[in-house]
Design a protein around this ligand. Structure first.
Ligand code: AMP
Length: 198
């Protein structure tokens, strides 16, 4: 069953937001829209976009806002995102929040909830180091990891000051087993009346 929900999952790299995002989206029957996945798929396929962003991803820098927002608008305009979606990795700074707000307002929509996965920096670093050996991601070098965590703290965390006053942020303790964390997220969404229809 598909339940309408427009969600955003936020957290530092290594917080487990990718894994949790997939679980939540599957339960709600909504697509995950992950900008990182979109960029990586384009790099793998050698598309023009992929060639444009390879060096940026390897350095752990952010792809320009206009380009990223245009890609997200395209993706959210596809039929499967009409009833809801879960954004992972976008918006990543306050400019992108403005772009998303404008796009959603144009459709008479807004985000229902922002799930913030709270994980200490040391925990993120050790999880990322593990992922680097398991998945061999080229942007998982120690330097790139530290750089991306700095960007998260300086550019991405401030988006919570925009969403916080809207009363849509659910801060979830991101330390625990995968199942425990999933349960915490479902409980928070449930408290907002966001439930999986059965
Ligand atoms: P992620 O898989 O979300 O960690 O993203 C991997 C990389 O893709 C990031 O380090 C950035 O280089 C790029 N990226 C992903 N999402 C965005 C975004 N919203 N804005 C700019 N760059 C992004």
């Amino acid at each position: 069953m598909t339940a309408s929900a427009r969600l955003l999952i936020v957290g530092p790299q290594g917080s487990g937001k990718g894994t949790q995002g997939v679980r939540i989206a599957e339960s709600f029957g909504i697509p995950v829209v992950s900008t990182g996945d979109i960029f990586r798929a384009n790099i793998k396929e050698g598309t023009e976009l992929g060639q444009q962003v390879t060096a940026i991803l390897d350095a752990g820098d952010l792809v320009p806002d206009e380009l990223t927002s245009a890609i997200v608008r395209d993706r959210l305009s596809q039929d499967d995102a009409a009833a809801g979606f879960l954004l992972d990795g976008y918006p990543r700074n306050t400019h992108q929040v403005e772009h998303l707000d404008e796009f959603l307002a144009g459709r008479g929509e807004s985000l229902d909830a922002v799930i913030l996965l709270d994980v200490p920096r040391e925990e993120s670093i050790s999880r990322l180091a593990l992922r680097a050996t398991e998945q061999g991601r080229t942007d998982d070098t120690p330097e790139a990891i530290a750089h991306r965590l700095d960007i998260y703290e300086h550019e991405t965390a401030p988006i919570l000051s925009v969403y916080g006053p809207r009363g849509i942020v659910d801060t979830i303790d991101g330390v625990g087993t995968l199942d425990e964390i999933t349960e915490r997220i479902f409980a928070a969404l449930d408290a907002r009346g966001l439930r999986v229809a059965v």
